[in-house]
Design a protein around this ligand. Sequence first.
Ligand code: PEP
Ligand code: MN
Length: 443
Amino acid sequence: MSIPDLPALHALGPAQQPRYPDAAAVDAAVARLRTFPPLVFAGECDDLTTKIGAVARGEAFLLQGGDCAETFVGVTADNVRNKLRVLLQMAVVLTYAASVPVVKVGRLAGQYAKPRSSDLETREGVTLPAYRGDAVNGYDFTADARVPDPQRLVEVYHASAATLNLVRAFVTGGYADLRQVHAWNTDFVKESPVGQRYEAMANDIERALTFMQAIGADPDEFHRVDFHSSHEALVLEYEHALTRIDSRTQLPYDVSGHFVWIGERTRQLDGAHVELMRHIRNPIGVKLGPTTAPDDALALAERLNPDNIPGRLTFITRFGAGRIRDGLPELVEKVTAAGVEVAWVCDPMHGNTFEASSGFKTRRFDDVIEEVQGFFDVHRSLGTWPGGVHVELTGDDVTECVGGGEELAEIDLSHRYESVCDPRLNRVQSLELAFLVAEMLRK
Ligand code: PEP
Ligand code: MN
């Protein structure tokens, strides 16, 4: 299948695109991106499709997590390691406590562009263009910083390459070895109640591993994990420049990440994002908010996965804790009745954001858990599989979401609020979530 060219995509009036002041600079950045090697291989994307196929069949669980928005200054060894570490801890909790294979996907190595609900941002009477992620403009609240600069897309590539390189080294080079389960439980987390619960579980795992080794079993799976990258495919210049024909199969893949998704604001059936994504062979996701009509979901599935390949398409629902129990059943019922192959994943973050009285954007840990519980209850009652969770988290001790075992209050938010976009679960809250989801999975 041929790939539509960029002008054809722009002719569809894509939502949420940067308005670049200098067209020649855009062309130069895109031309440069087109010369760069792929960040991921087509074969790796196919492997992930197969794994998500198991999720769609109810045989595996997807864990997808990372920052709302990565930043260029966040590309440091510590930051990447901390995020990977919390994801590995969560994955081991889910795998051990619920005995299901966990498909691990980082929301990283490309998550630099943000859709915004408003084009403008006003602070203390000054109005400027909104920050759209480091892929587009700068976070500083100055007129200069907020001008979209296409050279940033080149920087996204390099930042993603550096992140993915480190992740690949960690997951294949011994850090993700199951015998390291204790080593992941370090510093502030270790002393928390959930850290102690993790420690007890890690002791059990270690005993089991010692036994396995004593009987001579030492499979490769003990020493390395499969870990995949993902991001929202938002800026068309970037995603298009990294869409390539695979030499092995002659099929197009977006080689900027293993899994890419279309956001709630850009999933118009006749829009440019659906048009580009329908041509690529990667596993893809679509975010579905509470206003999604079942017919819209069916039309998206038909357009994006006409061959109904399991694992190709993931629906990431983000209804909000207060709406999921009423809204989700009809959607799941109709999609299931139509025989559509899809993995259902719960994003319990984006329907639960509110502004604290201090002005910080936040989420309540209890709302997040309540949405996941609603998601499980709806799927259990329909006999469908609650296939995974998609969460915004960080490996650090930030104070962005309220509640959780540490009982973070709204007045604590200013203590360490570092997100440039949406509030993330900190490492303790993320581990707590993993234990709670493991219990839901066991039932
Ligand atoms: C996001 O994942 O950060 C996001 C913007 O989500 P949604 O498209 O669901 O609003
Ligand atoms: Mn977000």
